[in-house]
Ligand binder design. Structure first.
Ligand SMILES: *Cc1c(COP(=O)(O)O)cnc(C)c1O
Length: 379
């Protein structure tokens, strides 16, 4: 089936008892058993929940993976991926990824005896050199957040496989509508479903999609044993959000392209990070592995003071962390999403104090442009 058809239908057959077209919210903690050892495949809701199963099947289908495992947040999903590793294992990771992922790796997982090397995964040579005999995983984002560095998914999949390691891609920014890393050789894809997949800024969730049998088995075990599962209502909200994913992503991108083109013409904006611009160094590579550029744009205002002045003027763009909802947001990575990343590490990847990030929503683009024009008039 086509992507939009799968988005609406995959994992969502009409309810067998009532025929309900929409998957019901199975708000229950346990299930009655007929007799000892005889049940309908559902025993306890941390282990099995039909609403969660529908979401997992839906997202696995969209990412073209074999299995999906839903979690209570994106960070819980990434923590479960971390639980695939053991003491002494080494991980190569993007040096410009979501700040919370860096914090999890350094402050939670490293003390358990895992080691991490951060590289620019856009540099194939450097990434290859970062591998060691103990390397079990390459964890990456493309585009990275918020500097929009593009990495070669096919080449990195080949490299990772030659080293007998797992390639894990955080695909939150692109969503499977624009980019499907598993089709290009990745073993696992993770998402913060809080963002585009749910798309309405009204829940927090995460998912791991696996195309590796051994990893799937372990993830299922960890999901149940560690227990960071999402509630059925949040699963249902995400299922509902995903039905319009294709429509929303098209509009996010249409608006973002118009805004990026407008920003590019302003001499007072120092640097623009958007892979859809021909001037972006990763533009061609990105086009070879994704079908679109998404709705995230970052640009440099020159200083913290100027960035703050721009943010203060925003009216339609809401000053807030997060991204991927129908409403446009504006944020300051250095003090908000990436505050946990040390300054010298931030600046190395272009994440300067003056950097402003926008998540372009699905509003009328003329209204968005008018708001930005007013914001940038202070520069
Ligand atoms: C938000 C985000 C996360 C973390 O997800 P939560 O749902 O907030 O726990 C991880 N990766 C990326 C790219 C994100 O944007």
């Amino acid at each position: 089936m086509g992507f939009s058809t799968d988005a609406v239908h995959a994992g969502q057959e009409p309810d067998p008892t009532t025929g309900a077209v929409t998957v019901p919210i199975y708000q229950t903690s346990t299930y009655v058993q007929e007799e000892l050892g005889k049940h309908k495949g559902f025993e306890y809701a941390r282990t099995q929940n039909p609403t969660r199963f529908a979401l997992e099947k839906n997202l696995a289908t969209l990412e073209r993976g074999a299995r999906g495992f839903a979690f209570a947040s994106g960070m819980a999903a990434i923590t479960a991926v971390g639980a695939l590793l053991k003491q002494g294992d080494h991980v190569v990771a993007s040096n410009n990824m979501y700040g919370g992922t860096y914090r999890l790796f350094e402050k939670v997982l490293a003390p358990y005896g895992l080691t991490f090397t951060y590289v620019n995964t856009g540099d194939l040579d450097a990434t290859g050199k970062a591998f060691r005999p103990a390397t079990r995983m390459l964890f990456m984002e493309t585009p990275t957040n918020p500097s929009m560095i593009i990495s070669d998914l096919r080449a990195l999949a080949k490299l990772t496989r030659s080293k007998n390691a797992l390639l894990v891609v955080d695909n939150t920014f692109m969503t499977p509508f624009f980019q499907r890393p598993i089709e290009l050789g990745a073993h696992l894809v993770v998402h913060s479903t809080t963002k585009y997949l749910n798309g309405h800024s009204d829940m927090v969730g995460g998912v791991v999609i696996s195309n590796d049998e051994a990893a799937s088995e372990r993830l299922q075990f960890v999901q149940n044993a560690a227990g960071a599962v999402p509630g059925p209502f949040d699963c249902w909200l995400c299922l509902r959000g995903v039905k319009t994913l294709a429509l929303r992503m098209e509009r996010h991108e249409q608006n973002a392209r118009a805004i990026a083109a407008w920003l590019e013409k302003l001499p007072k904006v120092k640097r623009i990070f958007y892979p859809g611009l021909k001037s972006h160094p990763g533009h061609e590579l990105h086009m070879s592995q994704a079908s679109g550029f998404g709705g995230m744009i970052a640009f440099d205002t020159g200083s913290l003071e100027k960035g703050a002045a721009v943010l203060r003027r925003a009216r339609l763009f809401a000053l807030a962390e997060s991204l991927g909802g129908v409403e446009s947001l504006i944020s300051h990575p250095a003090t908000m999403t990436h505050a946990s990343v040390p300054r010298e590490d931030r600046e190395r990847v272009g994440l300067t104090d003056g950097l402003v990030r926008i998540s372009v929503g699905i509003e009328d683009v003329d209204d968005l442009l008018r708001d930005l024009e007013y914001c940038l008039s202070v520069l």
